[in-house]
Design a protein around this ligand. Structure first.
Ligand SMILES: Nc1ncnc2c1ncn2[C@@H]1O[C@H](COP(=O)(O)OP(=O)(O)OP(=O)(O)O)[C@@H](O)[C@H]1O
Ligand SMILES: Cc1cn([C@H]2C[C@H](O)[C@@H](COP(=O)(O)O)O2)c(=O)[nH]c1=O
Length: 211
């Protein structure tokens, strides 16, 4: 059994996950911050292929498989060893992104995408998933205001796609009520951070009562 704690951050584009995960990491000691797709060299290479704006010909199943391949490598090389050492791992996106984006929004089916991901992750599911819920219009507005950020192939999908992503997450909330906790990400940064750090600390204390 893993001694560590695996916490994932999920939500539509522009919800504020990266901002909040950075703030949480600064507050806690001995946590590993990582992201998907990416986090290690091979997975970052796969990320570049998936998100390159010129790759408009990418088939949805190819896309789903590439995300799953990046996930497997990242899990084996970075996340699993850290969990075995007892570290708290905070991951910006994980399997729920594939279920919401490829499974629901791309229309491949949540169960189909879950199947290929079960092959990739075996039984390594997060202990807690914090879902940052936001209207896609507001998320995209936030992204567009952030001039320094790369605009990737997924960001360029139409508004309908981003609505389906949010709908996908709503389905996942119903399906995994014990693992996924929703936070209203349209709130101020201070409030979103306050709620997030509370959930993270509660989970750490629950799994390590002596801390
Ligand atoms: N609660 C908030 N209120 C206002 N602006 C916010 C809030 N949270 C984040 N932002 C701003 O919104 C922009 C997007 O935030 P961030 O990159 O953290 O989102 P994200 O969920 O990681 O997006 P993506 O998944 O597309 O990478 C940033 O410019 C950030 O400063
Ligand atoms: C892990 C994962 C991600 N995506 C999408 C979600 C975003 O649009 C991009 C990643 O960019 P970010 O700035 O790091 O959020 O990829 C996906 O569709 N499926 C996945 O499994």
């Amino acid at each position: 059994m893993n001694k560590g704690i695996f916490i994932t951050f999920e939500g539509p584009d522009g919800a504020g996950k990266t901002t909040i995960i950075n703030m949480v990491t600064e507050q806690l000691e001995n946590v590993l911050l990582t992201r998907e797709p990416g986090g290690i060299d091979i997975a970052e290479q796969i990320r570049r292929v998936i998100l390159a704006r010129e790759n408009t010909a990418m088939d949805p199943r190819t896309e789903a498989l590439l995300y799953a391949a990046a996930r497997r490598q990242h899990l084996m090389e970075k996340v699993k060893p850290a969990l075995e050492e007892g570290i708290v791992v905070l991951c910006d996106r994980f399997v729920d992104s594939s279920l919401a984006y490829q499974g629901h929004a791309r229309g491949l089916g949540i169960d189909e995408v879950l199947k290929i991901n079960q092959f990739a992750i075996e039984d390594m599911m997060p202990d807690l998933t914090i879902y940052f819920d936001i209207e896609p219009e507001l998320g995209l507005k936030r992204i567009n205001k952030n001039k320094g950020r790369e605009v990737n192939r997924l960001d360029l999908e139409n508004l309908d796609f981003h609505h389906k992503v949010r709908e996908g997450y709503a389905i996942l909330m119903e399906r995994f009520p014990n693992r996924i906790v929703k936070i209203d990400a349209s709130d101020t940064l201070e409030k979103v951070f306050e709620k997030t750090i509370k959930l993270v600390i509660e989970k750490i204390e629950q799994k390590r009562p002596s801390v």
